[in-house]
Write a protein that binds this ligand. Structure first.
Ligand code: DGL
Length: 279
């Protein structure tokens, strides 16, 4: 297995596809001075329906590539990867690659905010099948807030709606309402709902339309950005390794043209994209 020396470089942000761009844009708004390298594994998306072993192997390959390209720090901008691969990478791979480098996920920062958001202590979660089956959210929430009851709904059709640019079509309404109704039927006291998949912020207007107005919706981008800023303040040895040029490069395992077209939905700027071959 490869070993990587200490070096300075950009912050790596990874997702199975485009969802991580919702995280990247918030991080760049908050921390515009750093350089960024985004990797979307678009050729193998979605991860949400795949087994633990497959998600771990795919995520491991992507994190390894970002380290090989010089990132001292990699953010898994994907709940499915954070749920199924983060711990194994931190415990098994990082010590071999370079114990000084870091991989951070999106679940823990989200969970840390939940205690302050809910009054009824009844929370809902929309996420991929993989994230729901991993039980990562209930496990992490109960570690910090044992009094909170969480109800989880897997929404396997939401990521394909976003990846295929159908998120604001009339057809999308049917599938948004379906999963929202499912959640509301599980617990009438829910006052806070977590969008536990980085693709879902694109469906926010429709989710808002079908959820009762008093229910608060938590998107992760701003939370993850604030948590990263705090992390870098507390870890100066990592912060000093990050290069500061304000640049952002994009890598995709699929076609560059396709990535540019779809990424424009998430980002309002001209972007530089390269194709990357893994393994
Ligand atoms: N965006 C990913 C997440 O946050 C999931 C997308 C997928 O299923 O690949 O879970």
């Amino acid at each position: 297995m490869a070993q990587f020396p200490n070096q300075s470089g950009p912050i790596g942000v990874f997702d199975s596809g485009y969802g991580g761009l919702t995280i990247l844009s918030e991080i760049r708004k908050r921390l515009p001075m750093y350089d960024y390298l985004y990797l979307g594994d678009n050729a193998r998306t979605p991860y949400g329906t795949r087994s633990f072993d497959v998600v771990y192997e795919y995520t491991r390959q992507c994190a390894e590539k970002l380290f090989e390209l010089g990132c001292p720090l990699v953010i898994l901008g994907c709940n499915t990867a954070s749920a199924k691969a983060l711990k194994s990478i931190q415990m098994t791979d990082l010590p071999v690659w370079n114990p000084e480098r870091r991989v951070l996920g999106v679940i823990r920062p989200t969970v840390e905010q939940i205690g302050d958001c809910t009054r009824t202590r009844h929370v809902g979660l929309f996420a991929t099948i993989g994230t729901v089956q991993s039980e990562s959210y209930p496990i992490e929430i109960h570690k910090l807030f044992p009094d909170i009851k969480i109800s989880c709904v897997a929404c396997p059709l939401w990521v394909p709606l976003v990846e295929n640019s159908e998120y604001d079509s009339e057809g999308a309404d049917y599938f948004v309402k379906k999963y929202v109704d499912q959640l509301l039927a599980m617990d009438k006291e829910i006052d806070t709902v977590i969008l536990g998949c980085t693709h879902y912020p694109l469906l926010l207007p429709k989710i808002r339309k079908y959820l009762p107005a008093h229910i608060r919706i938590i998107s992760q981008g701003a939370i993850v950005a604030a948590s990263l800023e705090d992390y870098l303040r507390r870890h100066q040895s990592m912060e000093t390794l990050l290069t500061r040029g304000g640049s952002c490069q994009f890598l995709t395992t699929e076609s560059v043209e396709k990535f540019k077209r779809s990424a424009s939905i998430f980002l309002s700027e001209e972007i530089s994209v390269s194709h990357i071959q893994l393994n």
